[in-house]
Design a protein around this ligand. Structure first.
Ligand code: ZN
Length: 711
């Protein structure tokens, strides 16, 4: 199912550790223009939120430069401390350093993802190498490392709390992974590699955004709208109006626009045109071609891994994950691949039969999949996407999630109109415990814009920690590309969009409910999707549906008959969804398991070889081809696209606990909150998981859920 793409598009920004509280300007420091730069004085906003009404783009560059300077000064203070290295004066103080920079970066990062423009892209190009160099200056600071190592070496005798010990071990490991044990010559090469990689990633992302925005399928002939439901036509009409093409209809490469066209349009040649434009992004030999960038990125990553003593980039990345080794990921994916491909072939045969029966004298191609899958769905389950949407008005879905959070964790949500936002479409909610204590804020930004990157993700303008014993409240963000309201109807979500909303909300809960003493968090990448994916399980539970899935016009609760059909069709097209996802995961692993750089590698041929080796059928394109695989070339998911299905093993197993004790069982929810959400990234995750579940996760609930059990 096309929309299923979204489920895996979610990107979460753990990469930028992001926190602050108030930031008084350093005494005696004069920075040019500091008096009108809102970053340089304490915020005068409600709940100490970023003053988006005052922040202007020219404020970022001086603030980031000043942040780097202050952070470096804080590091120097640690290094020059005449006292012997101890946990508090070294590891603890290091954790406290860099607040100012983290705050500015967090605000900038949110704009970069959700409201970008040429000026922001230019600032990022200027700051990326500065920040990469700054990171290296810390990780490659020998005196600092010597102090950290001195503490690390005496860790057994220090009587540390579990959280302190976890922080110490991670801090030490970060230095080693950052090159602290290398000789001078290798350190300097490492700096070059990091700098080049930071710039290449940005160029990859900029090219992709341009390629996505450049193409438009413009229709000026009503007959070419054949098959499209009126809501889809209305959306295309609204898009045309926005682009000053009133009277015509425009479809774009953004998923909410493209997918319904592929699902319903009877114009096969137009489906081909649109889908081809989508899967050829970055591979057209034009100014925005990404092939050469991909080639350089994989080679530089490989060289960096070799330099640090790892056989491959995948080996370097996976050391930190629950999977530990590339081989563990490869065999996990392989175990899923064969049954998934078998299912996809069966789905294809069913669809080809429909095409043949209708007299189509052709073999199905990739641009036919959505169209015939939709027919098959209506035939087999009499279930129509357009019939479901009226029950999933965005506001109602949001209320449903609030209800769920109340039933599980007692949380309350109150909308705030007085918090400054970066775009008028952003909604802000204040979150409270059952007893009224303030938890944090949630910023939600729902609809596509040309200034926003695709997909959906959750991030933070500030993460939780304790400053001088006082809890600093987190500011969480959710950014989506959901179906926009039209002139006639409010935003009505597809079932996939509903699940995406629940998913991102799960990430936000992990941000909001976390309760760690320190700022540094270390969540294994393949467990990052546990809090998010477990939330998806509740989305279509009849008990919860009854509370929120109401028809936007009549207010009637979604009929039981529709719910039953939804349940029955839950395995529908899972072969396709699993195969296109696994193919991309395998492509990612193949790129990053290179053990030596291959400067002459041909990107298209490499990709074809990788896909041929697993016998991918031509009717399915990997969910992401190399030239638009933003997750792995610009998003921090390199050798890590597999994590969604790895985490599905965790969430399917964890949800079993709720099935056993009751879906809204307060004690089970409390245990999940205490063991997983609150301790996320501050203690060893497997230990915490076992504390919640009583055992390590099993794969069977996942296989069952996806219909991949071999009988
Ligand atoms: Zn996610």
């Amino acid at each position: 199912m096309p929309g299923q793409q979204m489920k895996f598009q979610k990107v979460i920004q753990w990469t930028v550790a992001i926190m602050i509280m108030t930031m008084p300007a350093a005494a005696g420091q004069e920075t040019p223009g500091a008096q009108d730069n809102p970053f340089f004085s304490p915020y005068k906003t409600p709940l100490n939120t970023p003053p988006f009404d005052l922040i202007k783009l020219p404020h970022f560059l001086p603030a980031i430069k000043e942040g780097i300077r202050r952070h470096q000064a804080e590091i120097d203070t640690i290094v020059d401390n005449p006292a012997a290295p101890a946990f508090a004066n070294t590891v603890g103080t290091l954790d406290e350093s860099g607040l100012f920079l983290a705050e500015v970066n967090a605000v900038f990062g949110v704009l970069q993802g959700a409201d970008t423009n040429a000026e922001i892209q230019a600032i990022a190009k200027e700051t990326a190498p500065l920040l990469a160099a700054h990171g290296d200056n810390i990780r490659l600071n020998e005196k600092l490392f010597r102090r950290v190592k001195a503490v690390y070496d005496q860790r057994a005798s220090l009587k540390l709390s579990p959280e302190e010990r976890f922080l110490l071990e991670n801090t030490y490991r970060d230095f080693v992974r950052g090159g602290a044990l290398l000789d001078e010559q290798k350190k300097s090469r490492l700096r070059e590699l990091n700098r080049e990689l930071s710039l290449l990633s940005l160029r990859f992302g900029d090219n992709l955004l341009a390629e996505t925005n450049d193409f438009k399928l413009v229709i000026d002939n009503r007959e070419d709208l054949a098959g499209l439901p009126s809501s889809v036509v209305a959306m295309a009409e609204a898009t045309a109006r926005q682009l000053n093409m009133t009277g015509r209809w425009v479809f774009t490469l953004q998923v909410p626009s493209m997918t319904p066209f592929l699902q319903y349009s009877t114009r096969r040649e137009l489906r081909e045109k649109l889908h081809r434009a989508y899967f050829m992004r970055g591979d057209q030999g034009n100014a925005h071609d990404n092939k050469d960038i991909v080639r350089q990125i994989v080679n530089l990553r490989c060289e960096r891994a070799n330099l640090l003593g790892y056989p491959s980039h995948a080996g370097y990345v996976l050391e930190l994950n629950m999977a530990k080794k590339p081989q563990a990921v490869d065999s996990f994916l392989k175990r899923l691949w064969d049954p998934a491909l078998t299912r996809a072939r069966a789905e294809l045969a069913d669809m080809q039969a429909i095409a043949d029966r209708e007299g189509g004298r052709f073999t199905l191609a990739s641009w036919d999949w959505w169209y015939y899958a939709e027919k098959l769905r209506q035939e087999k389950y009499a279930l129509d996407d357009a019939a479901l949407r009226p029950y999933f008005k965005l506001d109602n879905v949001r209320q449903g999630i609030f209800t769920l959070c109340d039933r599980l964790y007692g949380l309350k949500f109150i909308q705030r109109q007085d918090i400054p936002v970066y775009n008028p479409e952003v909604q802000v909610f204040e979150v409270h415990e059952a007893d009224g204590r303030y938890v944090g804020l949630l910023y939600m930004d729902f609809f596509p814009r040309a200034s926003k990157r695709g997909g959906a993700w959750s991030g933070a303008l500030r993460r939780q920690y304790y400053a001088a014993g006082k809890r600093v409240a987190p500011l969480s963000t959710i950014t989506c590309n959901f179906t926009r309201p039209t002139a006639d109807a409010p935003s009505l979500l597809s079932v996939d969009e509903v699940e995406t909303f629940f998913h991102e909300f799960g990430h936000s809960l992990a941000t909001l409910l976390s309760d760690g003493r320190y700022r540094d968090r270390s969540v294994p990448r393949d467990a990052v999707e546990l809090p998010s994916q477990i939330m998806e399980n509740w989305a279509l539970e009849p008990d919860l549906l009854a509370s929120y899935a109401r028809h936007y016009q009549t207010g009637a609760v979604i009929p039981q008959e529709l719910v039953d059909k939804l349940k029955k069709s839950s395995l529908f097209n899972q072969g396709f969804a699993t195969v296109e996802y696994l193919a991309a995961s395998i492509l990612d692993m193949t790129w990053h398991e290179l053990t030596r750089p291959e400067p002459g590698v041909d990107v298209d041929k490499f990709e074809t070889r990788s896909m041929d080796s697993i016998h991918l059928i031509p009717e399915i394109v990997p969910r992401y081809r190399s030239t638009y695989f933003n997750h792995i070339f610009n998003g921090g998911y390199s050798a890590g696209y597999y994590v969604y299905i790895w985490a599905e093993q965790l969430d399917a197993d964890a949800y079993e606990a709720f099935k056993e004790k009751g879906l809204f069982d307060k004690a089970t929810a409390l245990s999940f909150r205490k063991n997983i959400l609150e301790k996320y990234g501050t203690l060893d995750l497997m230990t915490q998981y076992i504390a919640f579940r009583g055992a390590e996760p099993r794969i069977e609930p996942l296989l069952k859920r996806r219909g991949l059990m071999v009988p």
